[in-house]
Design a protein around this ligand. Structure first.
Ligand SMILES: [Zn+2]
Length: 326
């Protein structure tokens, strides 16, 4: 029988396709991880799935749970406790955390997934100890988080820090659903953007390795581009260099506006590592003002895929502590 951990909270990372949860103890150790597919579930099914997911983790740690935090790829209106404008989940306009608290019978909290990834990195990862930190997560979309003077910055309504929708190319490609703009960081540096550009390249260059992969019926996506680039394919490397350069434009804006100590770059696209960060740092040095550019450290995230769960748990613990004080 597993030892009963004291004072666990549960973190839940909600993506567009799956939800991952774990109980997290005071030492940030994850206990009893669980996951569920949630792709295209309607609201009643989704709520039932998430309830079952959290209950499974609670049973795994024998019920010793103080609260649960949810990280959601969604704008959050913290004043009104509402999930606003979610593209991937049917929770728009729902007081999601309140609904889950009632179903689960324990306190529940929610925040944007980009904020929570940075909370984890700031608490114990690549931004630890820094007063001014920014995180950019290059996944299917691009999420952001900002720490100013040691605290997460959420903006007037809790909808700030959407660094993925920083416009870096005014005439660039259209951004994703939910965004009226074009040329956003998300439209140029996300995994979806990389897959789009790689597919266009493969169609135009059937003799290239990407073109051959397309002819073989392989999925043309970010992981394939990264694999080919590490294998020495110059076309795949060029795609990643270009992505890194667009990221560098974003970093130059971030450096000039926030003068942060560190920018942490995470997400699945960062499997390409320095193939992206190298060009990004070069553009940053060329395009940002000298003082903030020289100070800024650009570094990969520490927690990778676990950042969302850890951050959601840390957020729940933070909010529980505030309740005790209030
Ligand atoms: Zn956008």
């Amino acid at each position: 029988m597993a030892e009963v951990p004291a004072e666990c909270v549960i973190g839940v990372d909600l993506g567009g396709t799956k939800a991952v949860a774990a109980a997290v103890d005071r030492e940030l150790a994850m206990r009893h991880r669980a996951r569920r597919e949630i792709l295209r579930q309607d609201l009643p099914t989704l709520l039932a799935t998430l309830t079952a997911l959290v209950d499974e983790v609670r049973e795994g740690v024998r019920g010793e749970v103080e609260g649960v935090g949810f990280g959601i790829p969604c704008l959050i209106d913290q004043d009104r406790h509402l999930a606003a404008s979610s593209v991937h989940l049917p929770i728009e306009g729902l007081a999601f955390a309140d609904v889950m608290a009632e179903r689960l019978g324990i306190p529940a909290f929610m925040d944007n997934d980009g904020n929570l990834a940075l909370l984890a990195e700031h608490h114990a990862g690549a931004a630890r100890g820094e007063q001014n930190a920014v995180m950019i997560t290059l996944g299917t979309g691009v999420a952001g988080g900002i720490v100013i003077a040691g605290e997460l910055y959420r903006g007037a309504q809790g909808a700030g820090a959407e660094l993925g929708h920083m416009i870096v190319d005014a005439d660039g490609p259209e951004c994703g659903p939910g965004c009226p703009s074009r040329g956003c960081l998300e439209a140029l540096c996300s995994g979806s953007a990389l897959a789009r550009d790689a597919l266009a390249f493969a169609r135009n260059a059937p003799d290239s390795r990407l073109g051959q992969a397309l002819a073989q019926g392989r999925d043309i996506n970010g992981p394939l581009v990264t694999e080919l680039a590490f294998d020495g394919d110059p076309d795949a490397a060029t795609l990643l260099t270009r992505l890194g350069e667009w990221l560098g434009i974003g970093l130059a804006n971030v450096a000039n506006i926030f003068n942060p100590d560190v920018v942490v770059v995470g997400g699945g696209v960062m499997a390409a590592g320095e193939l992206i960060l190298g060009p990004a740092r070069r553009v940053l040095a060329d395009r940002a003002l000298a003082l903030p550019a020289a100070h800024l450290r650009v570094t990969p995230a520490r927690f990778g895929a676990d950042a969302g769960v850890l951050g959601a748990a840390l957020f729940a613990r933070e909010r529980l502590r505030q309740r005790v004080r209030a």
